[in-house]
Design a protein around this ligand. Structure first.
Ligand code: NAG
Ligand code: NAG
Ligand code: NAG
Ligand code: NAG
Length: 492
């Protein structure tokens, strides 16, 4: 359509202009790169991860997305690696002293109430690191890609995590993994600041373990690592991830996220920093990325291609930080073919109440001859929803600072229109590929709970992430994957 307009206006222009226009038209297919992306602009600060001057940060969360307690000597679990490249040298924006900042230590902007509170301190440290990494841009500045690491242990005797946002007293253990006092600890973190190798290869990384007093080399300890690498001036960054569970830490999560640059990102009830200089809204956006899973992480590894997170209230209003009424909403496709559909004709309580087809036909979950049961792993409703249709399953009330809702999908032919995996095994080990996912289109037709007759919430996504959640493994498991070319494309 754009090209027709240009051709029509060419008629009374000078030969030079005609030449320029022809050049433009000629270049269009090259610029669009097969994405039919002429009408798309990028929502991220670093489209396709191609910028030499990398911006990447790491955050570690305990079971309810807080810190709880810092590990002595490690500082607050927020760190960053941000630099500019000029004349073959890297000038880092964040020092190791910045990365090691922990409770009690001052930094510019730190509020008195956060100084000795590990949870608030981490949130404000993220803002501080963001200020060091910030890149000016239109429509607004951005800060970094975010590596998110989470330990799923929950010591129910600690009283640390609220229940659907409400403070609750300690309760009897048994429901969650925990080896005893201290099981919710933050990890030991090592940083290899990005540096230049052989004149033109830039490499850096973070790694570590949850076993305090252990080294990262001990094979019986948990391990996580994200290494990044890029050739100067060409191509994009490749992020290589490794995650290993252990007997003491059988439930671990490692994602790379494009988060909001302000407001709340998925599952986070503090002001955040990130990469999404514009927030994508359903249905008009796509996500492009290259994923190569090398090792799956065992049968419990819920590998997400892709996980999207946001927050809105059951009445459709946007979240405002009131944890009693805010609800974190997630949807994710799990590509590990070992993941069964818990949703089935005999377990409709694990299914969303209905499915909506690409041509907007609603199919109820009791319609056994038409509902696509095997396209859904599990649906759970927010614990604070007041008008749920029976039967239903409510989500874990402790693992987010507020109530949450989860819609987990599996590869299935019904997702074909959106460019998602359509068959078990797609995108899995040995099937590395570049995906162009119509995340906006799909997420506009997913079921999310709202109170009857409330105006539909605007589906604005504050976090888009790829990675795995090894969900209580029976033995030590290792997942390994690379992620590159990440971009979020907004349709204009
Ligand atoms: C973790 O990173 C540190 C520092 O970069 C490095 O010395 C160590 O070998 C790494 N551990 C593993 C197991 O790769
Ligand atoms: C919707 O699409 C399905 C297949 O994708 C087709 O079978 C059905 O006839 C369509 N319904 C309408 C109302 O267009
Ligand atoms: C199926 O579910 C819908 C929506 O909940 C309901 O209106 C309908 O009566 C149900 N049909 C049967 C046969 O149970
Ligand atoms: C089940 O879904 C199909 C396809 O949308 C529809 O034609 C049919 O009427 C539905 N059956 C019931 C009982 O709702």
């Amino acid at each position: 359509m754009q090209m027709q307009v240009q051709a029509a206006t060419m008629v009374n222009l000078s030969p030079l202009f005609i030449f320029l226009l022809l050049t433009t038209i000629w270049l269009v297919p090259v610029i669009c790169d097969g994405v039919d992306s002429c009408q798309y602009s990028s929502a991220v600060g670093d489209p396709g991860m191609r910028r030499d001057g990398l911006r990447v940060a790491l955050e570690a969360w305990n079971f309810c997305n807080e810190v709880g307690e810092e590990v002595p000597g490690m500082g607050s679990p927020r760190a960053a690696d941000c630099f500019d490249l000029s004349e073959s040298s890297l000038s880092h924006k964040v020092t190791e002293l910045d990365n090691k900042l922990g409770v009690g230590k001052a930094f510019p902007g730190l509020s008195p109430k956060a100084k000795n509170d590990p949870d608030l301190y981490a949130a404000e440290k993220e803002l501080y690191l963001g200020s060091l990494c910030e890149v000016d841009d239109t429509p607004r500045p951005w800060q970094f890609w975010m590596i998110m690491l989470k330990n799923g242990n929950y010591d129910t005797k600690s009283g640390l995590c609220p229940e659907n946002g409400k403070k609750v007293p300690p309760f009897k253990p048994g429901r969650f993994p925990c080896f005893g006092k201290g099981c919710m600890n933050q990890p030991i973190l090592f940083h290899q600041p990005t540096s230049l190798f052989d004149d033109d290869i830039m490499k850096g990384g973070f790694n570590g373990t949850y076993e305090l007093g252990s080294t990262t080399d001990s094979s019986s300890s948990s391990f996580f690592e994200v290494l990044w690498e890029k050739k100067v001036g060409t191509g994009g960054w490749v992020f290589k991830h490794t995650l290993r569970t252990s007997k003491s830490y059988p439930w671990l999560m490692l994602y790379l996220r494009a988060d909001a640059t302000k407001g709340f990102s998925g599952g986070y009830h503090y002001d955040t920093r990130g990469m999404l200089k514009t927030l994508p809204e359903s249905p008009k956006f796509k996500v492009k990325l290259t994923l190569d899973v090398k090792r799956g992480g065992g049968p419990k590894s819920q590998f997400y291609l892709i996980d999207i997170g946001s927050c809105w209230k059951n009445n459709g209003a946007p979240c405002d930080g009131d944890v009693l009424t805010d609800v974190t909403r997630y949807s994710e496709m799990i590509i590990n073919p070992d993941t069964p559909a818990w949703c089935s004709p005999t377990n409709i309580g694990n299914c969303p109440p209905f499915h909506i087809t690409p041509n907007n036909t609603k199919i109820y979950r009791n319609n056994t001859s038409h509902f696509p049961y095997s396209a859904y792993h599990y649906y759970c409703a927010p614990g604070n929803a007041e008008h749920l249709e029976k039967p239903y399953s409510t989500c874990d009330p402790y693992s987010n600072p507020q109530a949450q809702e989860l819609l987990q999908l599996l590869p299935h032919p019904i997702w074909a229109d959106y460019g998602y995996p359509t068959k078990q095994g797609h995108g899995w080990v040995g099937d590395g590929r570049t995906w162009e996912l119509d995340v906006g289109g799909l997420s506009s037709r997913l079921y999310f709970y709202q109170d009857p007759s409330s105006p539909p919430a605007r589906r604005i996504w504050t976090s888009l992430d790829v990675g795995t959640e090894i969900f209580v493994s029976d033995k030590d498991e290792v997942a390994e994957w690379t992620l590159s070319d990440f971009d979020v494309l907004l349709a204009s």
